[in-house]
Write a protein that binds this ligand. Structure first.
Ligand code: ZN
Length: 68
């Protein structure tokens, strides 16, 4: 099995072992936050964040614009 590398959308950190990372899937009218699972992480449109702080950065932006 090939190990994927995931990259935080905020700080650019990369990891093959995303411990305590989060996945966010952004829609036009909803924002879904997942605890990390490979399934969620590999879903179409999924975004990856290295921790709560960076997930929150994205969530804050989402309140102002959609999926920007
Ligand atoms: Zn980060």
């Amino acid at each position: 099995m090939i190990e994927a590398i995931y990259r935080c959308e905020i700080c650019g950190e990369e990891t093959q072992r995303p411990v305590k990372w989060f996945v966010i899937n952004c829609g036009q009218s909803n924002l879904t936050i997942f605890r990390w699972t490979d399934e969620a992480a590999n879903e179409k449109g999924a975004r990856h964040y290295c921790g709560e702080a960076h997930a929150q950065v994205y969530i804050s932006r989402w309140f102002q614009t959609y999926c920007g």
